[in-house]
Each structure stands twice: as structure tokens, then as C-alpha cells.
Design a binder for this molecule. Structure first.
Ligand code: C5P
Length: 413
């Protein structure tokens, strides 16, 4: 396929210096067979394993390997390349490259591109099995995954170094299948230009100057949704309770603490929103009054009088000309019935229900959701929260478009 015929997804393929780089030209061919445009970026180490000429021949594009390439800077410099990509795929990704990405280094063209790009990043690591299992590499893997980088593999088996274990790059066919299995995340721009407000994390309701009531929400799901909505092209405001999760790139974050601050924070920016997703675990009750001084221990029991705090989600759903409103229902029992009840009672457009308990839901890396709307439902199977979030954003985009198409055909009729 010639460059001009290619109209599919634009993949920036980074190749770093591991022996598995010999499989990367095959990967380029497989991606192009599926209609992708592939721009190869080599690190100096990769160019020692496979010649740039090989990549040029299979990709049909001049290979980029230099941050200081004056000729290219005028045409497609590193920023333009970063903007061009629908997906940044690095295969193989070495331990060194994963460390650079974790630290945010901009010491070469590929690492600089990764910093400058808003596109999703998919890594296929390859290294000696002991290196892969080293605590530093595993710590980097965790940080990268928390930031929404998808890591595929490595596979188990014989290694070029003569050892056996986890460290082989997954085969090109599996990488290609993964790339095309998640079209939502890859350049679909299904929420392009839509203003989206998302709440995330827990709230804290103070009892006295040193104590508060909170819950086990980590904020990971809401943050993954904000990242996925941003990647789908939305303009995202994230109203967040106190969490230890980094703000996704390109997302505006507003920090709040109590349920009342959450309510006020949301209403300050909901005016022109197209979509609202209430993912925060907001406290339903707050202490009636906050003690000015630390409450002292006495010989008898302590009673706290609690009063209702405002329901942000229901208040957004009740707005005139409200945005497409999505709620969450964290349930310990009767998941579907309780969620459908909330969908109707709170007047929502969609609700995403998940089971919570000691070993599911809160503060974990994975999640599964049952999503309900009027006349339909979908089950999003157990997967990393980043993947479940991308699938939910896809559902929201589809349902949003359907509703708007129905509205405009009613108005036209
Ligand atoms: O009724 P329940 O609290 O289970 O509903 C959960 C949904 O309502 C979530 O989307 C949550 O963000 C939202 N909520 C809210 N304000 C509250 C309590 C819950 O917006 N005070």
C-alpha cells in the first residue's frame, strides 16, 4: 500500500535497542496490511540491531532517529510528529526506555515525542527475564500503568540470551490484534470538542480539626475516565477529592475536599458541559457540626449527629438543559436492580454499576461494570481500569450521539 492510499490509524512506532528489534520490521508490515500509517522512530541502540534502511523499505517513510534533524524539523519536527500520532507504540521497549519514560526524560527523539504526545502509549517490553523481574523495572511498570500506559507482555519462554522466563517481546500478530482491538482509544476522537465534567475520588467530612469521615475510593476509575475522555478528544474538567493519582495530561483538575465543595466545584463548571460523569464516592452524610477543638476521650460513648450532604449527581440531572448525565452505583448486593432504581430515581441518562467489597471495586487496578440506560445495557468485563474506562467512554459517546440524532430527527419532524 502506498502512503497516499493509507488513511487508517497513524502509528508512531518507536523501536529501542533490544535484540527483539529484528521482529519490528515484520510488525510494520503487519500494521500496514491492516491499513495503518506507520512512522518509525529508532533509538541509537535500535539502529545497531536493525538498519534504518530496512525500516524505510517496509514503512515507506523516512525513518526518524535524531532529535536534532534540521531537515525534518522544518517539515515534521518532533512536536508535529507527536501531534500526528493516533497511537505511540514502542516495540521492543527496553528496561532503559521504560525508566526514561517513567522519569520523564527528554534525552532523545523517542522519549521527547512521548512527552509531547497526547496519544495513548502502548509498550511491548523485551529484556532478559531477571531484568524484567527486577524491582526497579516492576516499579516503573506500575507507575507507567497507573498513568494509563498499556503494557503488553512480555511473553514467557526461551530468550536470545539462553535463559528462560518472562522477557520475550510478544509476537507481532498479537501486538497488531491489540492495536486494532481497542479502536476507541486509538484516534476515534469520539468525544471531539465535547465539554466533559468528571468527578473522582472520595470526599472527606471533617469531625474536628484532626479527624474526618471518608471511604475507600482511590480515584483510579475517575482518573482513568478523564484520561480516556481526553484521548477521545473531549475537553475535560476533573473535579477531584483527595487522591494520590497523577492528573492525566491535558485535563484541568479542580481539587475539593467535602461533599459541599464537590457540589460547588461541579456547579461552577457545569454551565456549558455536554457530558457529566459522576464517578466520585461522595459522602451521603456529614457531621451536623464540626468541633472547633479536638474531641477529647471520655469514659462514655460518643454520638455523632450526621445530616445529609447535597447530591451532586441528582442536582446536575435536574438542571434545565442538563448535560448527558452518567452516574455510578457502587453496590454490595442486588447490583442490577439497585442500579436501575438509581437510573430512574435520579433521572440519569446512564448508570455504571460495580460490585464493591473487600476484594473488588475500590482501590484496585481492575474493575468490571454493568452499564444500564433506558432500553439497554452492556457488561464491561473485568479488565484494567484504564481499559474499562476506554470502553465506558466509547459507550457514552455512542449513546450521546444516538440521543442527539433522535432529538434532531424529532425536531426536524
Ligand atoms: O445513591 P448513591 O450514593 O449510591 O449514588 C451514587 C452516585 O451518586 C455516584 O455517581 C455518586 O458520584 C453520586 N453521588 C453524588 N452526591 C452524593 C452521593 C452520591 O453526586 N452526595
Amino acid at each position: 500500500m502506498s502512503e497516499s492510499q493509507e488513511s487508517g490509524i497513524r502509528i508512531l512506532l518507536g523501536v529501542t535497542g533490544g535484540v527483539a528489534a529484528y521482529k519490528s520490521p515484520e510488525l510494520v508490515r503487519r500494521l500496514r496490511e491492516r491499513g495503518a500509517q506507520v512512522q518509525v522512530v529508532l533509538t541509537p541502540g535500535a539502529a545497531r540491531f536493525v538498519s534504518p534502511l530496512t525500516f524505510q523499505a517496509v514503512s515507506g517513510r523516512r525513518v526518524r532517529d535524531d532529535l536534532w534533524d534540521e531537515g525534518a524539523e522544518a517539515a515534521m519536527g518532533h512536536i508535529e510528529l507527536a501531534r500526528w500520532a493516533d497511537l505511540v507504540l514502542v516495540a521492543p521497549a527496553t528496561a532503559h526506555f521504560m525508566a526514561s519514560l517513567t522519569a520523564g526524560l527528554a534525552d532523545g527523539l523517542l522519549s521527547t515525542l512521548c512527552l509531547a504526545s497526547q496519544a495513548p502509549v502502548l509498550l511491548a517490553p523485551a529484556m532478559n527475564q531477571a531484568m524484567w523481574q527486577h524491582p526497579s523495572v516492576q516499579a516503573n511498570r506500575r507507575v507507567l500503568e497507573e498513568r494509563g500506559v498499556r503494557i503488553l507482555g512480555p511473553a514467557q519462554g526461551d530468550q536470545a540470551c539462553g535463559e528462560d522466563g518472562p522477557g520475550r517481546m510478544v509476537e507481532p500478530d498479537e501486538i497488531v490484534d491489540t492495536v486494532f482491538a481497542e479502536p476507541v482509544d486509538i484516534g476515534s476522537q469520539s468525544l471531539k470538542g465535547l465539554r466533559t465534567v468528571i468527578t473522582a475520588g472520595p470526599t472527606r467530612e471533617p469531625i474536628d480539626p484532626v479527624r474526618y469521615i471518608t471511604n475507600r475510593s482511590s480515584g483510579k476509575m475517575g482518573y482513568a475516565l478523564a484520561a480516556a475522555a481526553r484521548r477521545a478528544g473531549a475537553d475535560v474538567v476533573l473535579v477531584s477529592g483527595p487522591v494520590a493519582v497523577p492528573t492525566p495530561r491535558g485535563v484541568r483538575r479542580v481539587d475539593v475536599e467535602t461533599a459541599e465543595e464537590m457540589y460547588a466545584g461541579v456547579h461552577q463548571c457545569i454551565g456549558d458541559a455536554d457530558i457529566f460523569i459522576g464517578c466520585a464516592a461522595i459522602s451521603d452524610y456529614k457531621p451536623d457540626c464540626i468541633a472547633e477543638q479536638k474531641i477529647k476521650r471520655t469514659g462514655s460513648t460518643l454520638n455523632l449527629q450526621m445530616v445529609r450532604s447535597p447530591d451532586t449527581l441528582a442536582s446536575v440531572a435536574a438542571l434545565e438543559g442538563r448535560p448527558f448525565t452518567v452516574g455510578f452505583a457502587a453496590e454490595t448486593q442486588n447490583l442490577r436492580e439497585n442500579a436501575r432504581h438509581k437510573l430512574i430515581n435520579k433521572g440519569l441518562d446512564m448508570i455504571a454499576a460495580n460490585r464493591v467489597g473487600r476484594d473488588c471495586g475500590f482501590d484496585l487496578e481492575t474493575n468490571s461494570l454493568t452499564v444500564l440506560w433506558e432500553g439497554g445495557e452492556a457488561v464491561l468485563e473485568q479488565a484494567p481500569k484504564t481499559v474499562v474506562a476506554a470502553r465506558l467512554i466509547q459507550l457514552i459517546a455512542e449513546r450521546y450521539r444516538e440521543m442527539h440524532a433522535e432529538l434532531s430527527s424529532t425536531q426536524a419532524g
